[in-house]
Design a protein around this ligand. Structure first.
Ligand code: ADP
Length: 498
C-alpha cells in the first residue's frame, strides 16, 4: 500500500525524518544532529553537504526501520530551518562555501547602513519583513562579495542559490529541479509577497543576479521526483514549507484568525490572516503561510526570543531544577508567584517592545520568596510574553481569535498552558500529534499528490489531546498583567546605561 507520507524536517541543529500514515500516526522517526560552525563571534555556518548527507541518512533509516520501499511512500514533504543560504555549482551540485545560517549576524552593519539610507520602508512594504541580518538577502550578497569569483560566475549562470528546501529538492532530484515554495521565498527579502514573484528592484538593490534564483512553485503540488538511485524508486516531492508555516498548517490553522504558538527555545506565534497580508506597525512580520493552487494564505508572525530557554537557564544557570519537566511540579507547590516577576529579557525584547538594550530582571522579592516562586515566575513569563505578542496581533488583524493551538517542547507543561489560558482569557488546544511541523509538511505533500482531496479531510484527522479553559477572573487577569507590564517597564534600556 503506497499510502505513507514521508516528512523531511531539516532543523537548525538536527535533520529528522518522520513517516506518517494518512491519519497522522507516526510509524517511524529518526533524528541526527550535525555540526554547528562558529568561525567568528556572532557568525553561524552549516556544511550544506553534511546537511544533505544527514537528511538522506535519516530518510533511509526511517524507511528501513519500517521495512518500507519507495513504492510504499505516496509523497515526500519538506520543512526546514528558514532563511539559511546555500550557493552551489549548477554543474556539479557542489556548494561553493558553507551555508550561512539564519542566526548569523555578519551582515548587521550592512543592514544598519541600508536603514540609514532610508531603504527599510520600501523593503518592508514589498516583503513584509524588517531590514535585519536574519533574512537571506544580505547573506547571499555577502557570499557573492566575499567568495572569490562568485559574482562573475553567478552572472554567467554557473551558480545557484537556495534556502535549505531548495538545496534538498535539488539533491533529491539529482539536480533536475531548482525550486522553492512561497513560504520560504518570502523569508529571503527578495520576494514580493503581493505579486508573489522575485522582485526585480530588490534583486537590483541587493545586487543579486536573477539567473541564480529558483522557480517558485505552490507549497502543495509536484516539485519533482527523487532520483531513482536514492531510494530504489522515484518518489514525488509534493509539499514544501518553512518550519513555522508548516507547523501552522500542521495545526489545521487554515482559516483567518486561526493562531498557533510554538513553545520551543524561543516562541513563535503565527496567525493566519487569510488572503490579506496585514502590514504591522508594532514590528510583527508579514509573510506567506502557504500557497495551494493559486490561493495564497498570509500570516502575521511574532516571536519571543527567550521562551523555553528561561527553563534551561533555571536548570543550567541557577541549578534550581534538574530537568525541564521538574518546573511543572515545583511551580505547583505554591498557589501563586507571590508578586514575583521574572522578565527574561536576556537578549533584549522583541515584539511589541523592540528594545535591544532591555535586560532581565527578577522583581518583587521579599523574605518570603522561595525557589518555587521563582520557578513559577519563569513559567509565567513564557505566558506573559506570548500574551503581549498575541495582543499586538489581535489589535492589528482586527480579527478576534477563538482558541490558541499550541505545540513545541514546553507545551508538555500543563501548568504553563493553564496559566496561559488564564492570562489570555481564551481556550488553548494541545493536539494529540505534537509533531506539527513534520505533519504540516507531510499533509501538504498528501494534498499535492491527492492522498487528501482538500483541507476539510485534514480537519477530520485532527485529534485533540487536551483543552485548557480560562478559569481566572477578569480582575485577577488585569491585576497580574498590570504587574507584568510594570516589571517589563523597568527592564527597558537597562543595558544602555553601562
Ligand atoms: P527547539 O525546537 O527550539 O529546540 P523544543 O520544541 O524541543 O525546542 O523545546 C525545548 C524547549 O522547551 C527547551 O527550552 C526546554 O527548556 C523547554 N521545555 C521542554 N520541556 C519542558 C517542560 N516540561 N516545561 C517547561 N519547559 C520545557
Amino acid at each position: 500500500m503506497s499510502g505513507y507520507l514521508l516528512a523531511l524536517d531539516q532543523g537548525t541543529t538536527s535533520s529528522r525524518c518522520i513517516i506518517f500514515d494518512r491519519h497522522g500516526n507516526i510509524l517511524s522517526k529518526v533524528q541526527r544532529e550535525f555540526a554547528q560552525i562558529f568561525p567568528q563571534d556572532g557568525w553561524v555556518e552549516h556544511d550544506a553537504t553534511e546537511i544533505w548527507a544527514s537528511q538522506m541518512g535519516v530518510a533511509v533509516e526511517a524507511m528501513l526501520a519500517l521495512g518500507a520501499t519507495a513504492s510504499d511512500i505516496a509523497a515526500i514533504g519538506i520543512t526546514n530551518q528558514r532563511e539559511t543560504v546555500v550557493v552551489w555549482e549548477r554543474d556539479t551540485g557542489k556548494p561553493i562555501c558553507n551555508a550561512i545560517v539564519w542566526q548569523c549576524r555578519r551582515t548587521a552593519e550592512r543592514c544598519e547602513q541600508m536603514k540609514a539610507e532610508g531603504l527599510e520602508q520600501e523593503i518592508r512594504a514589498k516583503t513584509g519583513l524588517l531590514l535585519d541580518p536574519y533574512f537571506s538577502a544580505t547573506k547571499l550578497r555577502w557570499i557573492l562579495d566575499h567568495v572569490e569569483g562568485a559574482r562573475a560566475r553567478a552572472e554567467r549562470g554557473e551558480l545557484l542559490f537556495g534556502t535549505i528546501d531548495t538545496w534538498l529538492i535539488y539533491r533529491l532530484t539529482g539536480g533536475k529541479v531548482h525550486a522553492t515554495d512561497p513560504s520560504n521565498a518570502a523569508r529571503t527579502m527578495l520576494f514580493n509577497i503581493h505579486t508573489m514573484q522575485w522582485d526585480e528592484e530588490l534583486l537590483r538593490l541587493f545586487d543579486i543576479p536573477s539567473a541564480m534564483m529558483p522557480r517558485v512553485l505552490p507549497s502543495a503540488g509536484l516539485f519533482g521526483y527523487t532520483d531513482a538511485r536514492l531510494f530504489g524508486g522515484e518518489i514525488p516531492i509534493a509539499g514544501v514549507a518553512g518550519d513555522q508555516q508548516a507547523a501552522l498548517f500542521g495545526q489545521c490553522c487554515f482559516d483567518a484568525g486561526d493562531v498557533k504558538n510554538t513553545y520551543g527555545t524561543g516562541g513563535f506565534l503565527l496567525m493566519n490572516t487569510g488572503g490579506r497580508p496585514i502590514l504591522s506597525k508594532q514590528g510583527l512580520l508579514t509573510t506567506v503561510g502557504w500557497q495551494i493552487g493559486d490561493r495564497v494564505s498570509y500570516v502575521t508572525e511574532g516571536s519571543v526570543f527567550v521562551c523555553g530557554a528561561v527553563i534551561q537557564w533555571l536548570r543550567d544557570g541557577l541549578g534550581l531544577i534538574k530537568n525541564a519537566a521538574d518546573s511543572e511540579r515545583m511551580a505547583s507547590k505554591v498557589t501563586d508567584s507571590a508578586g514575583v516577576y521574572l522578565v527574561p529579557a536576556f537578549v533584549g525584547l522583541g515584539a511589541p517592545y523592540w528594545d535591544a538594550y532591555a535586560r532581565g530582571t527578577l522583581q518583587g522579592l521579599t523574605r518570603a520568596t522561595n525557589k518555587y516562586h521563582i520557578v513559577r515566575a519563569a513559567l509565567e513569563s513564557m505566558a506573559y510574553q506570548t500574551a503581549d505578542v498575541l495582543a499586538a496581533m489581535q489589535t492589528e488583524a482586527g480579527t478576534p481569535i477563538s482558541a490558541l493551538r499550541v505545540d513545541g517542547g514546553a507545551s508538555a507543561n500543563n501548568f504553563l498552558l493553564q496559566f496561559q489560558a488564564d492570562v489570555l482569557g481564551k481556550s488553548l488546544i494541545r493536539p494529540a500529534c505534537v509533531e506539527t511541523t513534520a505533519w504540516g509538511a507531510a499533509t501538504l505533500a498528501g494534498l499535492g499528490v491527492g492522498v487528501y482531496s482538500d483541507v476539510d479531510e485534514l480537519r477530520r484527522e485532527w485529534r485533540i489531546d487536551r483543552r485548557f479553559e480560562a478559569e481566572m477572573s477578569e480582575d485577577e487577569r488585569t491585576r497580574l498583567l498590570a504587574g507584568w507590564h510594570r516589571a517589563v517597564e523597568r527592564t527597558l534600556g537597562w543595558g544602555k546605561d553601562f
